[in-house]
Design a binder for this molecule. Structure first.
Ligand code: ZN
Length: 252
């Protein structure tokens, strides 16, 4: 099984990362994709991916950090994106819940990185919070693979995206008792466009809720997906892994 979205270079893992990576392997997580959210994280994610054969990474600037964007940052991200272990541009997107960066800046930085992804023919990992209309408008015309990560949108909001091939990825939030909207989307999303992730160290699934999340907890997300789809955990594992391998172009 593949954790398609975790932040292994986050401060929360600074002390015991080797143990976290070991536990994930013991829990059957065969590959990890560590996700960048800034230029500094892009560099850190790449050096981590170069250290472990089964870790891959993204490079990119998160909407929260959109104000740090400059032409120089674009140049650095572009240069990093040509490295072998870089499998996507991300996480990029729009977050209108927080105003760490002005909305227009977020849009400009998102557009520039969508353009970079097209240029590099890399998929994009998209963060979307309270901005589905603006994200949808862009992804409907984006040429290339895209995933809406940590999808919490309602089916009617994402159905047009699913129709054009955009992928959806689900976290431990799906296991929370109140997440009926998310579980409904899981039930409707085709296997070929459905991926799983922990988004660790954030969003620990039930029964670890409130604690630091880590990739070894991915099995809880997988169990939830299997239940919503009415299949065995083994089948859910095989289906989601196949989709992730294809989406990120990972060696199988
Ligand atoms: Zn994330």
């Amino acid at each position: 099984v593949i954790d398609t979205h975790c932040h292994l270079t986050a401060e929360a893992f600074a002390v015991d990362l080797p143990d976290v990576v070991r536990r994930s392997a013991e829990a059957g997580v065969s590959r990890l994709i560590t996700i960048a959210d800034s230029l500094a994280a892009s560099e850190a994610c790449l050096s981590l991916a170069e250290k472990y054969e089964h870790i891959f990474c993204t490079v990119g600037v998160h909407p929260h950090a959109a104000s740090t964007w400059t032409v120089e940052v674009l140049g650095r991200v572009r240069a990093l994106s040509s490295q072998r272990k870089v499998v996507a541009i991300g996480e990029i997107g729009l977050d209108f819940h927080y105003d760490f960066s002005p909305r227009q800046t977020q849009c400009d930085v998102f557009d520039a990185q969508l353009q970079l992804a097209r240029e590099r023919e890399l998929p994009v990992v998209v963060h979307c919070r309270e901005a589905i209309a603006e994200v949808r408008e862009r992804l409907l015309t984006h040429e290339g693979r895209a995933v809406v990560h940590c999808c919490t949108e309602a089916w009617d909001d994402v159905a047009p995206l699913v129709a054009v091939g955009v992928h959806l990825s689900f976290t431990g939030i799906a296991t929370f008792p109140k997440s009926t909207i998310i579980r409904d989307v899981i039930a409707r999303c085709p296997w070929e466009q459905l991926m799983i992730e922990t988004d660790s160290p954030y969003l620990a699934p039930v029964p670890h809720r409130g604690k630091r999340n880590e990739p070894s907890f991915l099995s809880e997300v997988l169990r939830c997906i299997a239940e919503m789809k009415g299949v065995s955990v083994a089948e859910a594992e095989q289906r989601t892994t196949q989709t992730a391998l294809a989406f990120f172009g990972l060696p199988s």
